[in-house]
Design a protein around this ligand. Sequence first.
Ligand code: VGL
Ligand code: ZN
Length: 203
Amino acid sequence: MNALILVDLQNDFLPGGALAVPHGDEVIPLADKLQRRFDLVVATKDWHPADHGSFAANHPGKKPGDRIILDGIEQILWPVHCVQNTHGAEFAPLFDTSRIAEIFHKGTERNIDSYSTFFDNAHRRHTGLAHYLEKLGIKEIFLMGLALDYCVKYSALDARQLGLNTYVIVDGCRGIDLAPGDIARAVDEIKHAGAIILKSADL
Ligand code: VGL
Ligand code: ZN
């Protein structure tokens, strides 16, 4: 059994959103088209409380892009985004969610961020996705979504650590490139961890 994991296809990560990933909207039609090719489809949501520690606005004098230590680990500060139960946290309007078996939420704890769809950034808590996949006997996962250099990358690295055969559908991802070259470095790290980068045409 395999699973397609659709990462953070939410309004705030699309052009016009609070943490817009350049060209993020371009992956939605592919997400819609590819779903029927997989045994199981799950999706993730970045799902922060309004007082989340990753928001620059919650740290007086700080701005997006600054780095702080949050509960013992380094945290990049972001604009307020994907606040629980707001429009920005909703799935993109054109995203077909009819085949999604389960939605996993991350970033829900005030004092720690979670880029990976499996664990928070300090690996203190899991989202439930690893156990869910294990219970269903899924050993092969295909990732696509936003953003390639954050949530998709860390999800791929954790998936490899969990021993999953991991594929990243690269044309189904877009990155932030906060520092120029971040996207290219993310692709290298993903490959180095033993995940396979492929194009949707190769499926
Ligand atoms: C993400 C930055 C902050 C992501 C989430 O989904 O890649 N990036 N929160
Ligand atoms: Zn976030």
